[in-house]
Ligand binder design. Structure first.
Ligand code: ZN
Length: 139
């Protein structure tokens, strides 16, 4: 079974693959469950920065596996990728950060740069499908 193999891997040595995404999905599912309670969740939206090294396909796969059989089973995961960017302290330029581009400012070449985006892992929205719960206030 795929599921069993995934769990075994996550307990053993971590060397990439989907283990990273599985643990992110588990944290995410826990946060969503806390927020949604008993209500049925239709979709979950997350923003993930480029520095998180999350593979969206692997994340989506891990999500379906992690939520299977839970109250979140069937909830869609919508991922928004946020490009990593650095801002230069010397000239103020903000440029996108790529795996092969390094951390030097590409406007002036300065090394005095800060990462200003790309480390996000943010739960941005939870779509709740709850048409039945309108009994409040009735007398
Ligand atoms: Zn600069």
């Amino acid at each position: 079974m795929v599921a069993a193999r995934l769990w075994n891997t996550s307990r053993g040595q971590v060397k990439g693959g989907e283990v990273h995404e599985v643990s992110l999905c588990r944290s995410l599912a826990a946060a969503v469950t806390r927020a949604a309670g008993e209500r049925r969740v239709e979709a979950v939206e997350v923003s993930i920065g480029g520095l998180r090294q999350v593979v969206p396909d692997a994340m989506a796969h891990a999500w379906t596996f992690v939520v299977r059989g839970t109250t979140l089973d069937g909830a869609a995961l919508r991922i928004t990728s946020i490009p990593a960017a650095i801002t230069c302290d010397d000239c103020g330029a903000t440029t996108e950060l790529g795996p092969e581009l390094g951390f030097d400012c590409r406007s002036c070449g300065s090394g005095h740069t800060r990462v200003t985006s790309g480390e996000e892992f943010t739960l941005t929205a939870i779509d709740i499908c709850d048409p039945a719960r309108v009994t409040k206030g009735e007398s």
